[in-house]
Design a protein around this ligand. Structure first.
Ligand SMILES: *[C@@H]1O[C@H](CO)[C@@H](O)[C@H](O)[C@H]1NC(C)=O
Length: 310
């Protein structure tokens, strides 16, 4: 680490996806297709939930917010990757880097809490069906969602302020395709203990708490489902939470894969591939997971298609 003869710079160079030219083209096309699908899928889901009057329930209110988050999360990273992969100039300004970090940290964390709120919603619907409307009322939903947005914006601001106020880095090269916190901490010349602590504290508060809330909700859901006598009833009840369960599994699966692997298996290359998973693939899959098995959503999509054709 060479912090002594360092001249401050107002930009970084992202090393991008791959140094090999033909891989760059493939990566570019892959990201482009995934981004287009993300935008189309999430916008279509927003539209469907908005126009179908049968979908004005708390679950779909939360789902709409999830779509907004997925769209924003992906947009905070992928367009920048697309531009950087094509152009020779891979620089990003310090301000651009800070804005990107704020956006994806805030959105990624909000998604995590929102998934927990959605699990709680499924718990209320399946385990307390008679009181569902009083438990998950509109006001509570709005408060829960607005609360998680605010909380995550505050913690995200703290991350960004700690890194970018009086920035002092020993390198302008970031070995990644976007501004990730750990990579900026690696090249920081300042004492990063406070940053590390904040990363751990927010991870515990947000990720671990959400994860446990989800686990507890699903334990209750499973025990309720097992008590249902008929297997058709069981299947029907389970189908109301299977999409959410799948989205949760993908989200937490990738997080755990990234952060809980033994450090000997970490390499910049594999880290980049897994980051690609959670920045580009997860937001793309969510709307499709929720649409494929849902007759209301599929029917509305068909109606929109018919209306567009005529
Ligand atoms: C998401 O939640 C916020 C806060 O509750 C609400 O104001 C907003 O309208 C919601 N967005 C959508 C698209 O439902």
């Amino acid at each position: 680490m060479d912090c002594a003869n360092h001249t401050s710079s107002d930009m970084f160079i992202l090393l991008g996806l791959s140094e090999v030219p033909h891989l760059q083209v493939i990566c570019f096309l892959l990201f482009l297709v995934m981004y287009i699908l993300t935008v189309l899928g999430n916008v279509l889901l927003l539209l469907v939930v908005r126009i179908n009057s049968n979908l004005q329930t708390p679950m779909y209110f939360l789902l709409r917010n999830l779509s907004v988050i997925d769209f924003g999360f992906s947009s905070s990273v992928v367009p920048e990757i697309l531009v950087n992969t094509l152009s020779k100039d891979r620089s990003i300004s310090l301000v651009g880097c800070a804005v990107q970090m704020f956006a994806y940290v805030a959105l990624g964390q909000t998604e995590c809490i929102l998934l927990a709120v959605m699990a709680y919603d499924r718990f209320a619907a399946i385990c307390k069906p008679l009181h569902y409307n009083t438990i998950m009322n509109k006001t509570l939903c709005v408060y829960l969602v607005a609360g998680s947005w605010s909380f995550c914006c505050i913690t995200s601001t703290m991350h960004v302020v700690l890194i970018f106020v009086k920035p002092f880095f020993h390198s302008i090269h970031i070995n990644h395709f976007f501004c990730e916190i750990p990579l900026l901490l690696q090249i920081s010349c300042r004492d990063t203990r406070l940053n590390q602590a904040l990363v751990y504290v927010t991870a515990v508060i947000i990720v671990v708490c959400s994860f446990f809330l989800i686990i507890i909700s699903y334990l209750n859901i499973v025990s309720t489902i097992l008590k249902i006598r008929s297997s058709r009833g069981r299947q029907k009840t389970f189908s109301t939470c299977s999409s959410h369960l799948m989205v949760v599994a993908i989200y937490f699966g990738t997080i755990m894969f990234i952060y809980l692997r033994p450090s000997s298996t970490h390499s910049p290359e594999s880290d980049r591939i897994f980051s690609m998973l959670y920045t580009a693939v997860t937001p793309m899959l969510n709307p499709f997971i929720y649409s494929v098995r849902n007759k209301e959503v599929k029917g509305t999509v068909k109606r929109i298609c018919v209306a567009l054709k005529t």
